[in-house]
Design a binder for this molecule. Structure first.
Ligand SMILES: Cc1cc2nc3c(=O)[nH]c(=O)nc-3n(C[C@H](O)[C@H](O)[C@H](O)COP(=O)(O)O)c2cc1C
Length: 244
């Protein structure tokens, strides 16, 4: 009887143990996986949402920023204008009776240039300009290669000028001596010098070369003579054809 009871008790304990052993992994696995999965999936979803949403949110402004960065780049192109501003042009002119000054103004308009007018400290009168008078001031000056009439206009700074058109009337086949005063008073290093003149009929002759030799600086181009009535389009064609 006792043996039978012991056997039954042992069998019952074994059954109970087996039942426990079978359930425990299943429960842990079930509960654990659900819990873990929930936790992971929540974490994952949260982190994924965060990861997805962050780039997508930041992507839009970045695209806008990219667009904004392109705009200055495009606006930077006008910096070429700044370059153009650095390439300043000056028109220097001496004109006793206004004819050469008129041509100078047309050139300045075409070239968007500044104008500097050389004025004699002692202005030329009609009597001074009388070429039929061998004792007139202009005749005497032109007959004296060392004559250097004083300039009355304020000095100009040539800084920033890349090109200078230099204009004058022809007097006795040459540049007036006051032009020699001017070119000997400045340093034209690095500047392209372009002589032009007006006259009744004479050409520019050696005037441009004379100025170049006296200046001793600057890159001098061949000059050209114009009638006072020269048109803007003729001046434009000349300017377009300049080798500079
Ligand atoms: C003193 C003097 C000498 C001149 N000599 C000449 C000359 O040799 N050949 C010529 O064609 N014109 C000559 N002219 C005319 C001027 O060159 C011409 O009228 C010029 O266009 C005047 O320019 P302006 O008004 O800018 O001074 C002379 C004029 C003067 C006042």
């Amino acid at each position: 009887m006792r043996k039978t009871f012991t056997f039954l008790l042992t069998a019952a304990l074994l059954l109970a143990l087996c039942a426990c052993a079978g359930n425990t992994p299943a429960n842990i696995e079930g509960n654990g996986s659900t819990t873990a999965t929930d936790e992971i999936s929540v974490t994952d979803e949260t982190s994924q949402e965060t990861e997805i949403s962050e780039p997508s949110v930041s992507a839009e402004p970045e695209t806008e920023q990219d667009a904004e960065e392109v705009t200055p780049d495009v606006e930077t192109t006008p910096e070429t204008d700044t370059d153009t501003e650095n390439k300043k042009v000056l028109v220097v002119v001496f004109s006793a009776t206004g004819t050469t000054k008129g041509v100078a103004e047309k050139i300045a308009k075409i070239e968007n240039a500044d104008i500097y007018e050389i004025k004699a400290a002692q202005e030329y009168t009609s009597a001074d300009l009388n070429w039929n008078d061998s004792s007139s001031r202009s005749t005497k000056e032109q007959n004296d290669p060392s004559s250097r009439p004083e300039i009355g206009s304020e000095r100009i700074s040539l800084e920033g000028y890349e090109t200078i058109y230099i204009g004058f009337p022809i007097w006795w086949g040459e540049e007036p001596r006051i032009m020699d005063t001017f070119v000997e008073s400045y340093d034209f290093d690095g500047i392209t010098m372009i002589p032009f003149c007006t006259s009744s009929s004479s050409g520019i002759g050696r005037s441009g070369k004379n100025l170049e030799e006296k200046a001793k600086s600057g890159n001098w181009l061949d000059g050209k003579r114009f009638p006072g009535s020269v048109s803007e389009s003729d001046l434009e064609s000349w300017i377009d054809g300049l080798n500079r």
